[in-house]
Design a protein around this ligand. Sequence first.
Ligand SMILES: [Zn+2]
Length: 435
Amino acid sequence: METLIIRHGCPVDPGITDERPRTVFIRNGRIDRILTEQEESAHDLPHGDGARVVEAAGMMLLPGLADAHVHFRDPGFTEKEDMETGAAAAAHGGFTSAVMMGNTNPHPDTPERVAAMADRAGRTGIRLYCCGNITMGMAGRELTDFEALKDAGVVLLSDDGLPIRDAGLMEKACIRAASLGLILSLHEEDPAFIEQAGINRGSVAGSKGLAGADREAEISMVRRDTAIAERTGAELTIQHISAAESVCLIRDAKRRGVKIHAEATPHHFTLTEEAVIRFGTNAKMNPPLRTEADRLEIIRGLQDGTIDMIATDHAPHTQAEKAVEFTKAPSGIIGLETALSLVWRELVLPGYLTVPQAVERMTRAYSVYGLPGGKIREGAPADLVLFAPDEQWTVSDETLYSRARNTPFLGTSLPGVVRLTVCGGRIVFENRKEE
Ligand SMILES: [Zn+2]
């Protein structure tokens, strides 16, 4: 494998406390040496024969980001995205690890299906992980064989897209998951409170003559499941928080010692329900965008660690599927390629999060799910991102790598350009030109 040298970037890692540039030497897929400029000249290290040298002065060197929540639609819906295009989008966004949600066809509800997916995922260049389903066919009736799925390599279990409506079944799932040390990742929306999915019940929905999805759909499920987690000792992740009350419930649960994690998507901390007026079906997602007060509470949750993971819920759909009237369009938007820029614009530049905090929220999935990566240390896997925070790029047909285009940020100029993404020592994305 080629030797790669990234010269004079500024690493962002809790183990590196000063801001001096470093040169990172990468060999055999791992970080071999990390040297300051003084150490580099003192050692007079040969830059290697045939080594690729990347100049990184003025740029930040981040650990490869991890997304605990993506939809690559593979197998079953590859007209929207597949593992290869999804992985390319991830690498463009600075992600070297991602967990693929299981609303595919077939579902990853048996070890054989998980093994088939994992085999293909292993050939994409980045680290893709499978989640297994909590219930067979995500039908909410019969639990899958958690132990067999764990042995097949799933890193978490989820019926993402659907809640576990039966509280008794949820309790059984929690007891079983706790005994195996598996985390259940939950989409919390009770359909009893939803008349029209993908739009918040409120003034914007009202102006369109729609009843929308009431915030209670999420709040009631979060309340129920934090209580079940507390009773059973299970470890849970609450996905894509949309309502302020959910943030407060999780904050309180964490204070009581409940083992709970929470995700926020970039769109839920960037946009409100007003976006539906401007972007139509490209602002339709589950759970829906809500109000400014919700958005600000999500940011507070990210600040105090109540929400410990930023996850994109990258949800590709074809243009034809989204080019229909609002009520008929599928929910979801793509997010891998815009996530880091939105974190920069919405959280770092306004001062809500420091750079290390932002990177921590975008790499927290490593420690939550026990995945390799997330550290810029000698001996660690060489999963790295070279990020130019002062440059801009425009989200467009030409700049996106996803097969899909369903994003409200099309045509938007965003701060922060990913210049290079390295996974396991190999360059998986490189951008040498201005975008
Ligand atoms: Zn999802």
